[in-house]
Design a protein around this ligand. Structure first.
Ligand SMILES: [Zn+2]
Length: 444
């Protein structure tokens, strides 16, 4: 009796077979991503970058490193640099020995610092850069560990000193927009976004929009996100800084904001968190087999009996997750529900998970959002394996797919002003990009 009855045929129309699987996979990933701690990055490359930026040296040193690879200081200015390629069978001693470096010096170098021990593990294909003074004595060495990480060794009066350098990506904002006519994933790909960035977008809006159930043909999004460059070459994508979704007539905007605590989160323009206290779907489902319906004929009893929850058809053994943080009020057998878990989330909310095959929690246990509490089964009154899920607000049954989910912690009052300034700036920036984008499209 819902306001938007959407049978399976609707889904298939909007997600052609191939995409349905992609959509389901996306939903699974989204659910998975939701329970991961905020990393603020999309790809492995970007994640590394986030870690890298935490370990960055102070700005003045950064500029110096970025400015010239050759001269890290005045003393090195007169050094002659050579690049040595590590070949099969090479050891550091052999490689440096060929350049006239005595074995004793190589030993002193490698043992001077824990970090310099890495030099003993050089592999074929890697390169070392060595700096020699006018007498041909080794004074400095550089070992590139990856595209962004390098190990430096400098000879000083006190012996060899090590320094690890992490290059910072150059970040540029890219604007793109797309209209969805099949799935978010396909639209994102057409708009030139990487899979990681599409997943980020899905993760940001995943609390408001169910990307399988809610997406309609004609929905739109626009997004401003970082592209990462090294030496002028694009090497990955970073964070979404702001995004806007037009979903079935709703307009939802999200802004990335770093709190003074260092935590990063996405907020709407009013400073409310995009996250919710509850996950919409407690199981990575393949399909919804029965909706919330106060006037339904019960399939087993064949009498009129309200369906006060949602059924997710899923194979026996599929993990069932706690929709939110809370305490297990009951885990055991109860009539037609079969094996059931009831979780209390504060005074106002409770959730119920029925027909479970196995329990992963006991009565009284504390659970975290996303934690597996049991597995899908068909205990109690069930015609096949599925999860029956109920959501209660002040003891009243609500449609789990439609109920307004409470927001997670809003922005602290003292951060609000700062946030608003930044959100405003991002909004203006997005508007400018949008204009330029539209202009470019029209002149094409
Ligand atoms: Zn049910």
């Amino acid at each position: 009796m819902g306001a938007h009855p959407r049978p399976l045929s609707f889904l298939l129309r909007h997600f052609p077979r191939g995409h349905l699987t992609a959509g389901a996979a996306l939903a699974a990933l989204v659910t998975f991503a939701l329970i991961l701690p905020e990393s603020g990055a999309s790809s492995g490359e970007a994640e590394r970058n986030v870690r890298a930026s935490l370990e960055l040296p102070p700005p003045e040193e950064r500029t110096r490193q970025a400015g010239s690879e050759k001269s890290a200081g005045q003393e090195e200015a007169r050094l002659e640099w050579k690049e040595l390629e590590v070949r099969s069978g090479d050891t550091l001693a052999r490689l440096l020995g060929a350049q006239g470096v005595p074995a004793g010096e190589v030993h002193r170098l490698v043992t001077a610092d824990e970090r310099l021990k890495k030099l003993a593990r050089i592999r074929p294909g890697e390169t070392l850069r060595i700096g020699l003074d006018e007498q041909g004595t080794l004074q400095a060495l550089e070992y590139r560990l990856s595209r962004v990480e390098a190990l430096h060794a400098n000879k000083t009066e006190g012996g060899w000193q090590a320094r690890e350098e992490v290059r910072e990506y150059e970040r540029q904002l890219r604007y793109t927009r797309a209209t969805i006519d099949d799935s978010l994933f396909m639209a994102g790909q057409r708009a030139g976004m990487s899979t990681g960035t599409i997943m980020q977008l899905a993760r940001i809006f995943g609390w408001d929009i169910d990307f399988i159930m809610d997406i309609r043909k004609g929905d739109e999004f626009q997004v401003l996100y970082e592209e990462l460059f090294l030496d002028g070459e694009k090497v990955g994508e970073g964070n979404i800084v702001t995004a806007e979704f037009h979903n079935r007539g709703r307009e939802i905007a999200a802004f990335r904001y770093e709190l003074s605590s260092g935590d990063v989160d996405y907020f709407d323009f009013e400073g409310n968190s995009m996250r919710r206290e509850f996950i919409r779907n407690p199981v990575d489902f393949t399909r919804i087999s029965s909706r919330f319906n106060p006037n339904r004929r019960h399939p087993v009893l064949n009498t009129m009996r309200a369906h006060r929850g949602v059924d997710y058809a899923a194979p026996t053994g599929t993990p069932v997750r706690a929709a939110g943080d809370g305490r297990v009020e009951y885990a055991g057998r109860r009539g037609g529900y079969g094996n059931v878990v009831i979780i209390r989330h504060g005074q106002k909310y409770s959730t119920l998970y029925a027909h479970l095959n196995r329990f992963h929690v006991r009565t009284g246990a504390r659970v975290r959002q996303g934690q597996t509490i049991g597995t899908v089964g068909m205990t109690g009154m069930a015609t096949g394996p599925h999860l029956h899920y109920e959501f209660r607000v002040n003891g009243q049954h609500r449609d789990p797919l439609r109920v307004e989910l409470p927001q997670a912690d809003a922005l602290p009052r003292e951060e609000r002003r700062n946030f608003l300034v930044q959100a405003n700036r991002l909004r203006n920036r997005m508007a400018l990009h949008r204009e330029a984008f539209t202009l470019a499209q029209n002149t094409e």
